[in-house]
Design a protein around this ligand. Structure first.
Ligand code: PLP
Length: 325
């Protein structure tokens, strides 16, 4: 299964882990040590943020968090001891993009390693190694598995990086079980089919929601209104099944809207065959205080939608009736 994922990303080698965070931890911690400096984005999956923001200072690793949409912030953050630049694009949950080619160039000429979390895009929509990024990590729990029935992670890089990360991961213990590896191999067989359909459904839903009077904003890179739509067109071949939507309402309005949905289910995780929706402010309350959450642009009305492979008409009808209620 590791060889399949390496081939999908166009990398030399891969390792698999028992969760996305298991793979992120192995990739990052097999590389950095006390005294190193790391540049990472403000907007990342919440547990990844916690690793950089809260744990690194305890271990004597310096870090600077930057706005991923501003390439010059990465350049300004560089230090002589910068070892790693860590990216996620599109990012969870705001769908901000990072200019992969520009960041890879910045890092390469200084011998700095770049890692990207490619979970939201999948290799069907974005192949970061082709832009010069060194390492790709995945929560394979999501699109790669595709059925909401397994947990796994993956790292793709050159052989030397994977060997070192694998040795680290044997110690950290996040190794993938044989059964989940088998489920993941099954899921990968339909990755292309699923993602193509989810891309299409997501664009249709994003266009519908964007013109709805109860919606303040739709964050979806496939929309022309996305501030980085031109960059999305340059570095992505499809725009993913993920989006987030700011509803015109408070936490209670969001809860009532989600309750009214019949097809889309309220649950964590993403990337599987069925549509899932989450109230972001409530879901991430363990990792961010309300102030930290608002500071990175996550308002009370934000919902994250992982669009499934259902019939497009059923999906739009479900969201329409729930918004009406
Ligand atoms: N990366 C991203 C972008 C995610 O959305 C998640 C989980 O939601 C993870 C990593 C962590 O993956 P896992 O839940 O498999 O540990």
């Amino acid at each position: 299964v590791a060889a399949t994922i390496a081939a999908l990303e166009g990398g030399e080698a891969a390792l698999v882990a028992s969760s996305g965070m298991g793979s992120i931890y192995a990739a990052v911690m097999s590389l950095v040590e006390q005294g190193d400096h790391v540049i990472a984005q403000h907007n990342l999956y919440a547990a990844t943020t916690k690793l950089f923001r809260d744990l690194f200072p305890r271990w004597g690793i310096e870090r600077t968090l930057v706005d991923q949409t501003q390439t010059e912030e990465f350049a300004a953050a560089l230090r002589p001891n910068t070892k790693l630049i860590y990216l996620e694009s599109p990012s969870n949950p705001l769908l901000h993009l990072t200019d992969l080619k520009a960041i890879a160039e910045l890092a390469r000429e200084r011998g700095i390693t770049t890692i990207i979390d490619n979970t939201f895009a999948t290799p069907v929509n974005q192949r970061p190694l082709e832009f010069g990024i060194d390492v790709v990590v995945h929560s394979a729990t999501k699109y790669l598995g595709g059925h909401h029935d397994l947990m796994a992670g993956a790292v793709v890089a050159d052989r030397a990086f994977i060997k070192r990360a694998w040795e680290f991961s044997l110690v950290s213990g996040a190794v993938l079980s044989p059964f989940d590896a088998w489920l993941l191999q099954r899921g990968l067989k339909t990755l292309g089919l699923r993602v193509e359909r989810q891309n299409r459904n997501a664009l249709a839903l994003a266009q519908f929601l964007e013109q709805h009077p109860k919606v303040a904003r739709v964050n979806y890179p496939g929309l022309e209104s996305h501030p980085q739509h031109a960059l999305a067109r340059r570095q992505m071949s499809g725009f993913t099944g993920m989006m987030s939507v700011e509803l015109k309402g408070d936490l209670a309005a969001v809860a009532s809207f989600i309750k009214s949905l019949r097809l889309a289910e309220c649950a964590v995780s993403l990337g599987g065959l069925t549509t899932l929706i989450t109230p972001v402010a409530a879901m991430w309350s363990h990792q961010h205080t309300p102030e930290q959450r608002r500071a990175i642009g996550i308002g009370d009305g934000l919902v994250r939608i992982s669009v499934g492979a259902e019939d497009e008409r059923d999906l739009l009808a479900d969201f329409a009736q729930a918004l009406d209620k």
